[in-house]
Design a protein around this ligand. Structure first.
Ligand code: GLA
Length: 694
């Protein structure tokens, strides 16, 4: 070994080391090592033995494994010359820049005229590693694949968890056993997608939400990613993340990956989740007005769809405000001749049939009610049957005979003239009206993967944000089709799902909390009978599930009974009273003894208070509720614990657990090792338990 580097944050140490001038390998990543640890010894001790049937030395599993150095697995970089000849890069050390928490390393391949650069930074507070790689070429080259700096995966680990999903069913966790070969996920849809949230969790054997070791990864890019989790023939494991392969459509002299975020935790999956939640909320998202409390939303989509009538919208706004809403979002249907989803996208002018005096009368009304006003756009889209398409057919992405999505095509966002046009249209609306929020939709996948499209979308959003810094943006794509740290570095909220079914949401929100904090996760109280599942759910359950995240309403408030209004008003008032600390809290997923109970503990940063949401997703197999263990409390501190909604107890709950009638005072250790005993409850209900450290 001749070179080594290490980064520390008190919770983890990562050590890189290289033989002579070669690319470095991550030789250690995990629990903190003493500062006195000798890197040379680590390096020598880390080397694997060899036996018959192997090369005489194990090829480096470097941060960019090189095929020419006999690496037996997937290389970190695949390039071709401009004439199509495969290049086989072989890098030698060129330069380094090393700071307390960051490292930048450059390597040259003189023969092929290439420079590979890796950046690795460790955030000392959130414990998130940010890794990125870049390739520069003296002549234009074609990029097939570039991985962010490659990290090893632990050996004492039987499975990996990644994320799939669908429309109205986002954030489904998949567990796949490690075995020789590759778990390969590649999203070629050109959009982050419901199907392919770019995340991976590698739990060390025995890890649960609250304990054990785990590693987690997220690739912050909205154009479709590729993930390789590979076990080599010698047993070593590597994790690669980058853009989907062959997304770069032209030869160029410079390419870079998006940031890969990675984290090691010694206290369960929650350690990873809290790091990502905090990093996203405190480092990635740029808030328009950081001190402004997250306003309760009202979104009119499921109330009126395309049928916009001013008196109806005003009536709905009155009712929403009376329930506690603070921002009214006018959804799809206000522009062009948008009476259904077959026309008008790209025609961002107010529909004079629906709004003869423009949007002002509605906006004035909303403002008089004390609410701010938000509006829906789907900027990257166009219809084949539109004036814009007739004028500029070349502005549409993809071929003439492509399969449409929701009857629409995507605009080619890589073209500056397209971005100028859309910028002009949107800024005309934003400049003319007092609007503080845009719901930015993206309802179809691309006809083919194209990194230029994503860069174009980012550039348009960045330009709009610079021009209208007070406007916040929600990233929506038929619900949760564009959720990642790339889009979230330019937006402030995600529409997790088009499903307002509280039961579906309960599950999704729990899984999404592995990556997303409450402050950016929109959740709305939907109609009594859910429009996307047909399920009928009680208002209490719907309201509390929305209150777990950034709360809003999306039903037609005219359908609410008096009881429903009362419950909704009360839960909303509770949410407002608690949002200041809750929107900055950590979401800790609880290890529930009863698989029917999906529970989480939202805990204030200083540990002084918490709220537990225990959702009953199904009837339980056993007859009496199993105690629910809490987590991350001070063992010896005493806590006052109270069942917030004890009046929701069913008449079938006949016993006398203390929480049913009074506040209990107990130690952290009791809460963490015995657990709270809840009253018996129906499925599709939620217990809300508040706790205060005394
Ligand atoms: C998408 C969104 C919905 C709504 C509709 C409008 O499906 O996810 O919330 O805005 O578009 O057409």
């Amino acid at each position: 070994m001749t070179q080594s580097w290490r980064l520390d944050d008190g919770r983890q140490t990562i050590v890189l080391a290289a033989i002579r001038e070669r690319l470095p390998q991550v030789i250690y990543w995990g629990a903190p090592l003493p500062a006195t640890e000798d890197p040379g010894t680590l390096f020598a001790a880390h080397a694997l033995d060899v036996t018959g049937g192997m090369l005489d030395e194990n090829p480096d599993l470097s941060i960019c494994p090189e095929a020419v150095r006999s690496f037996p697995g997937q290389p970190g970089l695949i390039l071709r010359g401009q004439d199509g000849t495969p290049l086989l890069p072989k890098f030698c050390f060129a330069a380094e820049m090393s700071e307390a928490n960051a490292l930048a390393l450059d390597y040259d391949d003189a023969e092929n005229g290439l420079r590979y650069s890796a950046e690795i930074a460790l955030d000392p507070d959130t414990h998130v590693l940010t890794l990125r790689s870049r390739i520069k070429a003296s002549e234009p080259v074609h990029l097939h694949w570039l991985s962010a700096p490659v990290l090893p995966a632990p050996q004492l680990c039987d499975e990996m968890i990644d994320v799939a999903g669908r429309w109205c069913g986002e954030f489904q966790l998949n567990r796949t056993p490690w075995s020789p070969g590759i778990r390969y996920r590649e999203n070629r849809t050109g959009r982050t997608g419901h199907e392919h949230f770019p995340g991976l969790i590698v739990p060390v054997r025995g890890a649960t939400n609250a304990q054990g070791e785990a590693y987690a990864f997220h690739y912050g890019w909205s154009g479709g990613h590729r993930m390789i989790a590979e076990e080599l023939p010698d047993g070593r494991r590597q994790v690669q993340f980058g853009h989907a392969a062959r997304m770069e459509t032209t030869a160029a002299t410079e390419f870079q990956t998006a940031p890969l975020y990675a984290v090691y935790s010694s206290d369960g999956l929650n350690g990873c989740a809290v790091s990502f939640q905090r990093h996203l909320r405190d480092r990635i998202v740029t808030w328009a007005k950081p001190d402004r409390p997250r306003p309760v939303h009202y979104n009119c989509w499921e109330a009126v769809y395309f049928d916009h009538q001013l008196p109806v919208l005003k009536d709905i706004a009155d009712r929403a405000a009376a329930l506690g809403a603070e921002r009214f979002v006018l959804d799809d249907g206000w522009f062009g001749r948008r009476d259904d989803d077959t026309s008008s996208l790209s025609d961002w002018e107010v529909d004079a049939r629906k709004y003869p005096d423009g949007l002002d009368p509605l906006i004035r009304h909303i403002h008089r009610l004390g609410m701010s006003f938000g509006i829906w756009f789907e900027p990257e889209m166009i219809y084949p049957d539109s004036d814009l398409h007739r004028l500029h057919p070349e502005w549409a992405l993809g071929s003439e005979d492509q399969i449409l999505g929701r009857q629409q095509k995507a605009l080619n966002m890589a073209l500056p003239e397209v971005r100028d046009f859309i910028f002009g249209r949107i800024s005309a609306i934003l400049a003319k009206h007092d609007i503080d929020y845009v719901k930015w939709d993206h309802n179809r996948v691309l006809p083919m993967p194209d990194a230029g499209q994503t860069r174009g979308s980012y550039a348009l959003i960045d330009r709009l944000r610079a021009a209208f810094p007070g406007v916040e943006i929600e990233s929506c794509a038929s619900g949760g089709g564009r959720i990642d740290f790339g889009i979230l570095s330019r937006t402030q909220r995600v529409w997790l799902s088009d499903s307002n079914d509280a039961l579906e949401r309960l599950k999704m929100q729990s899984a999404a909390a592995l990556f997303l904090p409450a402050a950016i996760t929109g959740s709305h109280v939907g109609p009594r009978r859910c429009h996307t599942s047909g399920r009928t759910l009680d208002i209490g359950f719907r309201a509390w599930v929305a209150a777990q995240r950034h709360m809003g309403f999306e039903m037609d408030p005219r359908e609410l009974t008096e009881r429903e209004e009362t419950v909704l008003r009360e839960v909303t008032a509770w949410w407002k009273a608690n949002r200041d600390w809750m929107m900055a809290a950590d979401i800790l997923r609880l290890d529930s003894a009863d698989p029917a109970v999906i529970a989480e503990q939202q805990q204030a940063r200083d540990g002084s208070q918490f709220v537990v949401f225990a959702g009953k997703s199904a009837t339980s197999a056993q007859i009496a509720p199993r105690p629910l263990r809490l987590t991350r409390l001070e063992p010896d501190a005493r806590y006052a614990v109270e069942l917030r909604n004890r009046s929701d107890a069913s008449q079938l709950a006949r016993g006398a657990p203390a929480l049913k009638t009074r506040t209990i005072e107990v130690s952290g250790n009791w809460l963490m090792h015995h657990g709270i005993v809840l009253p018996w409850s129906f499925p599709e209900t939620m217990w809300v338990i508040e706790g205060r450290r005394l």
